[in-house]
Design a protein around this ligand. Structure first.
Ligand code: SAM
Length: 286
């Protein structure tokens, strides 16, 4: 496990992922009944943008810093307000210094009746993660293999859930692992909303992944991709992807609006492109 998220925290891919997660959690809160968020690859929970890692790899400047500095429309601000509130709450001096990881973001969005389970395998990161939530009765932070948690923790006892799967993609077989992990978790909990993050580097590999997802037979699988540049050879990260199973019915419309506004912010040279399509939508019988 060489991957260190501190080098990437707050980059455009993190921001897009966290905005999608926020919109899903907000939608879940339209109903009074509580739900559980399971964050299988949680990271440490909080990132210091003045750390040595962030200094050496200042990706956050083209991500969260660009978003905060942008002249945003009122409509965009309204849609991403819960996310912006968390960022602003952590940086009350007005200078961007801290960026929340997915478990801390999710926690800050939860109501009293909602719960979070966050698992992280790297021992040092797991210690930091647990420290953030010590004594918090709404959160379980556990040093555990996220792939194991993805199946073993299903279904959540609340019977309503959002499951974020955000592995480091250090190994190419992580795509296959993701598709088979989803298949097994979905067998145990078919009504959950699953959000699976993936990097866009090698387009052929992503097409294979889409086929694997289609072959699971899961009936509502949405693919969301946001690119900031054209694909390159040799492949390098130029976009961010998210698969959402059982997405809120409002999500496509919201993201179409949000991404149209984010494109010039994250891809100012005009090479950005986004696409939201169904890998399988039972309702459309494709
Ligand atoms: N979800 C986090 C966020 O949005 O802030 C970022 C997670 S980062 C992309 C991936 C994390 O997974 C790293 O912290 C890494 O240590 C952890 N990790 C790697 N393999 C794991 C495994 N098998 N189970 C749980 N965590 C793992």
């Amino acid at each position: 496990m060489n991957y260190r998220h501190a080098f990437h925290a707050g980059n455009f891919a993190d921001v897009i992922k966290h905005i999608i997660l926020t919109r899903i959690i907000c939608y879940m809160q339209n109903k009074e009944k509580g739900f559980r968020v399971l964050d299988t690859h949680a990271g440490t929970g909080l990132y210091d943008l003045s750390s040595d890692e962030s200094h050496r790899s200042p990706e956050w400047k083209q991500g969260i810093q660009a978003l905060m500095d942008a002249d945003r429309s009122k409509e965009l601000n309204a849609l991403i307000k819960p996310y912006l509130d968390v960022i602003e709450g952590l940086n009350s001096s007005g200078t961007l210094k801290l960026y929340p990881g997915s478990p801390l973001l999710a926690r800050k969005l939860l109501r009293e009746q909602d719960r979070l389970t966050a698992t992280e395998l790297h021992p040092r990161d797991a210690i930091k993660l647990k420290a953030h939530f010590e004594g918090d009765h709404q959160v379980k932070a556990i040093e555990l293999d996220g792939w194991q948690a993805l199946v073993a923790h299903m279904p959540p006892k609340e019977k309503r859930g959002v499951i974020l799967v955000d592995p480091p993609f250090e190994k190419p077989q992580e795509f296959t692992r993701m598709a088979s992990g989803l298949f097994r978790a979905h067998k145990r909990f078919s009504t959950g909303t699953y959000a699976l993050w993936y990097p866009i580097k090698d387009v052929a590999q992503i097409e294979t992944f889409a086929t694997q997802l289609y072959d699971t037979g899961i009936k509502k699988v949405l693919r969301i991709e946001f690119n900031i540049a054209k694909s390159t050879n040799p492949p390098s990260l130029h976009g961010t992807g998210m698969i959402v199973v059982n997405p809120p019915f409002t999500l496509i419309k919201e993201l179409n609006f949000i991404f149209t506004e984010l494109q010039p912010i994250f891809a100012p040279e005009g090479k950005g492109k986004f696409e939201i399509d169904w890998i399988y939508n039972e309702d459309e019988k494709n």
